[in-house]
Design a protein around this ligand. Structure first.
Ligand code: PLP
Ligand code: NAG
Length: 397
């Protein structure tokens, strides 16, 4: 009785600083991370990794590890021991990289944004030009963040070309696959991440595309030992070296947290239940559904796509034009009106309680809808319904 009562809280709140506290969960985590590294393409799944409280934190880990790899003295002496370091990321980047730059003492001004093409993919030549420019200004380029599935457009950066530049200038390459990492499970779609095996670190959030309940995000590192080197403090009350078991299983010292939530159990269980094939079907189905949406609206009266061509991920970005805007000439008035359409339709959706689709502006582009599919239980008739709703609520605005 006592044991049964104890089991549930143990799974939910157990902490993972050391092997002896949560041996099964530590082993599950090690196994799963190895499997994920194999899928990234690192030989024998070698390397390190951790589950962290989300993609933003996993990305922050990547910046910390890169700094430790090139300037280990910062760990003890602080940023004054390093030259002025700069980080590069796409102008379509999730804001987490700027946040990491600020929080880790690089300064958000030392996060340099890279130009992208019309589909939101980083332009490699722009990266090289900005590296050269930063060096001329006396800065030291440290880190490039390439995206495997950007948040708004679902764009995949050309990782191989970026990796060539990182090798040439000796920079750390991180691939943020928080959103797109799940495509590694799909034989049909994993080519979009070609070159990811050349990354030094990878963020992959099973809690996004793969439908694992929040929170479940992994930071994967190709070189073994840097993560521990960067973060370990060897606290004598937890991480004694003279225990009766192999203390390399005390992975907790690689984390910046002390106690950690057990994020692995639900993912491990899901993987066991669905298999890699099950995740593949899940991913393929979501991508098929978004292509179905794209095909339905790309030439449909009243719709305009934000960028041309089949979306790379499940992100379908589009404007809906109420009747009053169709045929209106391009210009400030149309822009202003169009900017207000998506927020208005979304508000009406919420008032009707039928559906809800996010919107945002991007660069010079006024508010547009961004529909993403990550739930494999969705069907084509849900997509049909969505289109009907947008037209019902928006036609006469
Ligand atoms: C969502 C997202 C993140 C942040 O992940 P959280 O788990 O929400 O912290 C980082 N990068 C990309 C590309 C994302 O889409
Ligand atoms: C990397 O860039 C992508 C978009 O290009 C962004 O979504 C992500 O948050 C960035 N992450 C880091 C660590 O820079």
């Amino acid at each position: 009785m006592c044991r049964a009562v104890l089991l549930l809280p143990l799974i939910l709140i157990s902490t993972k600083f050391t092997y002896e506290i949560a041996p099964v969960f530590v082993l599950m985590e090690q196994l799963t991370l190895k499997k994920m590294r194999e899928m990234v393409g690192w030989p024998n799944g070698e390397g390190d990794g951790l589950f962290s409280p989300g993609g933003a934190i996993s990305n922050m880990y990547s910046v910390m590890i890169a700094r430790y790899k090139y300037f280990p003295e910062v760990k003890a002496k602080g940023m004054s021991a390093a030259p002025r370091l700069v980080l590069f990321t796409s102008e379509h980047s999730h804001y987490s990289i700027k946040k990491a730059g600020a929080a880790l003492g690089f300064g958000s001004e030392n996060v340099i944004l890279l130009s992208t093409d019309e589909r939101g993919r980083v332009i490699p030549a722009d990266l090289e030009a900005k590296i050269i420019d930063a060096k001329q200004k006396g800065c030291v380029p440290l880190f490039v963040n390439a995206t495997g599935g950007s948040t708004v457009y679902g764009a995949f950066d050309p990782i191989n070309e970026i990796a060539d530049i990182c090798e040439k200038y000796n920079l750390w390459l991180h691939v943020d696959g928080a959103w797109g990492g799940g495509l590694l499970m799909s034989r049909k779609h994993r080519h979009k991440l070609d070159g990811i095996e050349r990354a030094n670190s990878v963020t992959w959030n099973p809690h996004k595309m793969m439908g694992v309940p929040l929170q479940c995000s992994a930071i994967l590192v190709r070189e073994k030992g840097v993560l521990a080197g960067c973060n370990s403090m060897c606290a004598g009350y937890l991480f004694q070296p003279d225990k009766q078991y192999d203390v390399t299983y005390d992975t907790g010292d690689m984390a910046i947290q002390c106690g950690r939530h057990v994020d692995i159990f639900k993912f491990w269980l899901m993987w066991k239940a669905k298999g890699t094939i099950g995740f593949e079907q899940h991913i393929d189905k979501c991508l098929d559904l978004s292509q179905y949406l794209y095909n339905k609206i790309k030439d449909r009266e009243g719709y305009q796509m934000v960028f041309d061509g089949v979306p790379q991920h499940t992100n379908v970005c589009f404007w809906y034009l109420p009747l009053s805007l169709r045929g209106m000439p391009e210009g400030a008035e149309r822009r202003e009106k169009l900017h207000r359409v998506a927020p208005k339709i979304k508000a009406l959706m919420m008032e009707s309680g039928t559906t809800m689709v996010g919107y945002q502006p991007q660069g010079q582009k006024v508010n547009f809808f961004r529909m993403v599919v990550s739930n494999p239980a969705a069907t084509q008739s849900d997509i049909d319904f969505l289109i009907d709703e947008i037209e019902r609520l928006g036609h006469d605005l």
